[in-house]
Design a protein around this ligand. Sequence first.
Ligand code: HEM
Length: 197
Amino acid sequence: MSAHPESPVSPEATPVRRLGVYDTWWTVGSAAVAACLGLTACAWISAHLHVDATLHTAALFVHLASLVLGFGAVLAADYHALLWMTGRCSLSDALVGTHRLHVPIWAGLAGLVASGALLQPDLDSPVTRVKLALVLALTLNGLQAGLLTRRLAGRTGRPLTGRPLTGRLVAWGAATALVSQLCWWGAVVIGFRNSQR
Ligand code: HEM
């Protein structure tokens, strides 16, 4: 028997969707403030830690493993974007692929920051400060990239139902990928340079 058309809708029929980090600029801004505080706390902790040689070696291994995980996933996400731009996959395929890489990207970045704090960074060195600024920039860039992915997802679908992709969104995506690559490669180069001292 079917329900009366005017009967009240049961709570099961209208599931309440929780507010996600990438849903609004307010949530992204809050996450950005938390990321700034977290990175500052890591830098402060690193200046107050005593790390022996064995722990330093273990932390370096975790640092490099996290680099493979995080940066590897970032490169895979950018590869999806490249496939879409060259017409080799649809926008929704590219977005699904990118969405699945969020966990390894953020896990790798968290591993880099946590292990980096155990690597006795020289916080008085301007180069190290630049590296930390790049890490903060790529973190904030990653947060706003999540919001961009949400906006782009609203443009996928059949040509008649999906809203058209604007030049502004494409430029936003290109700028996001460029900032991401510059910051990640910059942090890799400075990390490598610091390890040669
Ligand atoms: C996106 C984030 C990061 C990337 C891509 C990155 C990358 C690297 C790389 C490639 C090395 C060279 C490892 C080697 O060849 O021996 C390195 C070393 C180092 N990193 Fe990072 N890093 C990141 C975040 C951090 C953070 C947040 C800190 C500090 C809080 C940090 C502190 C260090 C230190 C002190 C070294 C030198 C270790 C040594 O040689 O003893 N890194 N990093």
